[in-house]
Ligand binder design. Structure first.
Ligand SMILES: NC(=O)c1ccc[n+]([C@@H]2O[C@H](COP(=O)([O-])OP(=O)(O)OC[C@H]3O[C@@H](n4cnc5c(N)ncnc54)[C@H](O)[C@@H]3O)[C@@H](O)[C@H]2O)c1
Length: 329
């Protein structure tokens, strides 16, 4: 099947291209390269387009002859969204509406959406199941919850079939070291820890050591980016004969900040200096998913489930590409 992949030059989208191809699909990337890297798209066709340009998006959708869209393109930093909410509402909500309108005009009815565990805010308990109330605490989380609501309305009014996948913490890289995370600035823990191991930053900051968790640091559910990518392909295929769906995408097991740093020390064999500081406002103590629904309904299982595998693959990528995609040149 031909599939348009918005944001396919970004971290998660580029790994999805590989999974789509190995399942026999033909991805075409729509990306403005504002954050992504053309090198990450490999042999897939790349249409350089800003989703704000609805007329061009519509034309490119028609030319692609795609039957479905995977929508990764978004602005994706919680911290930045607090500073610049307007950027987030326009890029994540308004541009998604433009994309959905262009898809309706082009007669495309299948849609896989990158949602996020930030829609849950600070949950009362863990593990989190999909029926927990949505209570996002940041503009970023609110944009994801808003799009989920829009998708529900489009499904009942216009027959859109969608999958909303609420990822927990995407991490890891292509096991052969050919593809990985390259964000500037980087805000995710595992690449930051690895940069410290490589001496590319002085130390890693731990924000809060007095949380009600066993070692006092925040607990998150790290899921390998290829396991996320495979869930996208399973959801896409299920939409052929199933109604819309919303799933958590996590491993169902949490690791604390200190555990991640310890495991990274073991994997890299390097010293990783740390600095302990105060909590950051709005950081939930623990976010751990229940992945039971997607396991039961789509038969999804994590294949690279251990923290060690996640960090090993990330280490392979970052140690061979210390400057990300620019390393090659
Ligand atoms: N990385 C995570 O841990 C995580 C967790 C939960 C949800 N998500 C969601 O998954 C998706 C992908 O995340 P990522 O980490 O790969 O982000 P990323 O920044 O690496 O990739 C996003 C891509 O979208 C492109 N893009 C952004 N705005 C665009 C526009 N207006 N027009 C065209 N292209 C545009 C960027 O150039 C980039 O290539 C995002 O929707 C994000 O919110 C990510």
């Amino acid at each position: 099947m031909k599939v348009v992949v918005t944001g396919g030059a970004g971290y998660v989208g580029s790994h999805a291209l590989a999974e789509l191809k190995s399942a026999g699909h033909e991805p075409v990337v729509f990306d403005d390269l504002s954050e992504g890297h053309a090198e990450a798209t490999g042999e897939s066709g790349l249409v350089r387009v800003d989703l704000a340009d609805e007329a061009r998006v519509f034309k490119a959708l028609c030319e692609s002859r795609a039957e479905a869209v995977m929508h990764f393109a978004a602005s994706a930093s919680v911290g930045e969204s607090v500073e610049e909410p307007q950027k987030y509402y326009f890029n994540n909500v308004v541009n998604t509406l433009r994309l959905l309108r262009a898809m309706r005009s082009a007669g495309i009815e299948r849609f896989v959406f990158s949602s996020s565990c930030t829609v849950y805010g600070i949950p009362q308990r863990t593990p989190i199941t999909e029926d927990f109330p949505l209570a996002p605490m940041s503009p970023y989380g609110r944009t994801k919850a808003a799009v989920e609501g829009i998708l529900e309305d489009y499904a009942s009014a216009y027959g859109l079939r969608y999958a909303s996948l609420r990822y927990f913490n995407a991490a890891g890289a292509m096991p052969d070291g050919s593809l990985g995370e390259d964000h500037e600035p980087e805000t995710h823990l595992i690449p930051l820890v690895i940069r410290a191991a490589l001496g590319l930053r002085e130390r890693i900051s731990i924000y809060g050591t007095d949380y009600p968790t066993p070692d006092g640091t925040c607990i998150r559910d790290y899921i390998h980016v290829l396991d996320i990518a495979r869930a996208h392909v399973l959801a896409l295929e299920a939409l052929a004969d199933r109604q819309s769906m919303t799933y958590n995408l996590g491993i169902g097991q949490g690791h604390s900040v200190k555990e991640v740093i310890e495991e990274a020390r073991r994997v890299t064999g390097r010293d990783i200096p740390v600095e302990e500081g105060p909590r950051r406002p709005g950081d939930p103590p623990a976010l751990v998913s229940s992945p039971q629904k997607i396991k039961a309904e789509l038969g999804w299982e994590a294949r690279l489930a251990s923290l060690r595998q996640i960090i090993e693959t990330a280490w392979r990528w970052h140690s061979t590409h210390p400057q990300g995609f620019a390393s090659k040149g």
